[in-house]
Design a protein around this ligand. Structure first.
Ligand code: ARG
Length: 579
């Protein structure tokens, strides 16, 4: 509906520009908001206030001209001018009811696949295999997964790419350690963090070990079978740790989605050569660099993207250039989304620029860095264990489930043990994921078990519970939530407010897909759950005064339940029938 209103306003603006009321060349961002008080209409826009000045009119005068220029539309019943010049739009309740009827009769809740379907590559998770996955990868994994699910729901072809760090000099040290004590290494590898520390200790202590590590890197790079075998064994174990985390999280990532840094090794000399051929390379202190005029340091000198070190080694950026070329040319991506820490923003701005200049990516491939902020501890500092170590993801998830178990058992001691465990898993894991997804992607946030497991506020338990409330209405009536359709007739204020919000599901998903911001969906579901609560308190369903009213309210409840359930699934949470 907001999109419809924005389009109507846009048409009115064009008309007024043609008539000379507005100066040509204005491209205002048209804002349309939900109103709080529905007696003033359902949606409001401040566009007349924004453009009064360039038009040389008073806001109310411009508002009047806009109202006169607005094309008629079946979904709008009237438009009023309010206060200093707000345009208030009243939604046509018949049109609204019809929309809800369509949604109820449709598995996709009336959400149409969006216009031009795209091939979207999503770069997500991408941990370094030398170490255990840490909280930074949690954010990339779950935000990337949620956005990928929404894109898929809207009809895009999504290609997930897990760009794992499976190459680099630290592997020499790890392989040397693996080779030295194959027997105990096996058990040490159960804990990568420990294995890494032990290898590092050997490296620092023993000259001979360090030499061996360096030698192994060279032999690995030369592709010696014995080394490759060690390396593959190490990676297989590390990847199995990752897969365990993905499964625990309920994230859709499989071994097929892995295309690690090493997959691009053979292309790296060609990348450097192509840059040289294009005249983009400059040698600086022995290293091969691309200097970019538009990126400068504090002294005003252009910053380089280094693609080959003085010793001949390649870098993170070189691999990324190769992967950009692959994604654009081979995977034929229309969009490539990088869910990577915000601190790598400059890396992506610069490598995107080099990839474009070198012609590695097609003009119609959009490259978008979807950066995210840091997950901090309750103290507001980067998340660490008490002794300052990195927190292993798997431990964090264990604790979330244990806490959820205690919580759910406290509320519902009589539930069978197996169901309790199932609920604890959905609530615990869901809480961790939702706490992250509900924050604006680019802001930092503090990880806090108490807050995320609270049944109040914008949390997973609150939303999962909201869905179970709807489900229980249907259980009590012996009806199926998915098997009821028809045309609701919202009358009461709470019914109308809920109905109008339900009709916005598709628009919200469109925004999540376009901007890569899952918190928009969280905020929508939270709002919906709140609207459902006031509807449920004020408009009794089980004891409605007429059968027609009961049916209409049941329809609203069914659509609310199905929208909550679908929304939670798109966020990667598991809805529960009871808890
Ligand atoms: N492995 C990197 C890290 O842990 C993230 C890789 C992200 N993807 C990419 N194409 N650079 O920081």
């Amino acid at each position: 509906m907001k999109d419809t209103i924005r389009q109507l306003i846009q048409q009115a603006l064009t008309r007024l520009t043609d008539d000379g009321v507005l100066p040509a060349g204005l491209t205002p961002a048209i804002q349309v908001e939900n109103t709080k008080d529905k007696s003033h209409g359902d949606f409001a826009s401040n566009i007349a206030m924004m453009l009064a000045k360039p038009a040389g009119l008073k806001p109310r005068q411009l508002a009047e001209k806009l109202v006169a220029a607005l094309p008629a539309d079946a979904s709008v019943s009237k438009v009023e001018i309010a206060g200093p010049g707000f345009l208030n739009f009243f939604q046509n309740s018949d049109a609204l009811a019809r929309r809800l009827e369509v949604a109820l009769a449709d598995e996709r809740l009336g959400v149409r696949k969006h216009g031009d379907l795209q091939r979207v590559v999503v770069d997500l998770s991408s941990p370094n295999l030398a170490k255990e996955m840490h909280v930074g990868h949690l954010r990339s994994t779950i935000i990337g997964d949620a956005v990928a699910r929404v894109l898929e729901f809207l009809g895009d072809v999504v290609i997930r790419q897990n760009h794992v760090g499976d190459w680099g000099t630290q592997f020499g040290m790890l392989l040397a350690h693996l080779e030295e004590k194959p027997a105990s290494a096996e058990s040490e590898l159960a804990d990568l963090e420990q294995f890494y520390r032990a290898a590092k200790k050997r490296f620092d202590e023993s000259e001979a070990f360090a030499d061996r590590a360096r030698e192994l890197v060279v032999r690995l790079q030369a592709g010696e079978p014995e080394c490759l075998r060690l390396w593959q064994r190490f990676n297989a174990i590390s990847l199995s740790h990752c897969q365990e985390v993905y499964e625990r999280l309920g994230v859709r990532l499989t071994p097929d989605d892995i295309r690690g840094e090493s997959a691009y090794n053979d292309e790296l000399p060609g990348i450097v050569q192509a840059l040289r051929d294009k005249g983009l390379l400059t040698e600086s202190e022995g290293a091969q660099c691309v200097f970019l005029d538009e990126f400068r340091n504090a002294e005003g000198n252009p910053l380089p993207v280094i693609v080959q070190k003085a010793g001949g080694g390649y870098l993170y950026a070189t691999t990324d250039l190769a992967s950009m070329r692959y994604r654009s040319q081979v995977l034929k991506a229309d969009r490539v989304l990088y869910f990577v820490d915000q601190r790598q923003a400059l890396h992506f701005q610069m490598t995107f620029a080099v990839a474009r200049r070198a012609g590695f990516v097609r003009d119609d491939t959009a490259l978008e860095h979807m950066g995210f902020g840091t997950m901090n501890g309750a103290d507001g500092r980067p998340f660490k264990t008490r002794d300052g170590g990195t927190v292993k993801l798997i431990d964090l998830l264990d604790e979330a489930e244990q806490r959820a178990y205690a919580l759910v058992k406290g509320k519902n001691p009589e539930l069978p043990e197996e169901e309790l465990r199932h609920i604890a898993r959905a609530v615990g894991i869901g809480a961790v994921k939702y706490a992250d997804l509900s924050k604006h992607r680019t802001s930092d946030y503090s990880f806090n078990f108490e807050l995320m497991l609270s049944f109040e506020g914008n949390t997973a338990p609150y939303l999962l519970y909201a869905y179970t409330r709807v489900a229980s209405v249907f259980r009590k009536l012996g009806r199926e939530i998915d098997e009821i359709d028809g045309s609701p007739a919202p009358e009461a204020e709470q019914e109308l407010a809920l109905a109008a919000r339900l009709a916005q599901f598709g628009e919200v998903l469109g925004n999540v897909a376009e901007k890569g911001l899952p918190h928009l969906l969280c905020a929508y579901l939270y709002d919906l759950a709140g609207l459902f609560s006031s509807f449920y308190e004020n408009c009794p369903i089980l004891t409605a005064d007429t059968p027609a009213r009961q049916q209409s309210r049941l329809l609203l409840a069914a659509l609310t339940g199905r929208t909550l359930r679908q929304g939670l699934e798109l966020l990667g949470l598991e809805p529960l029938e009871r808890m």
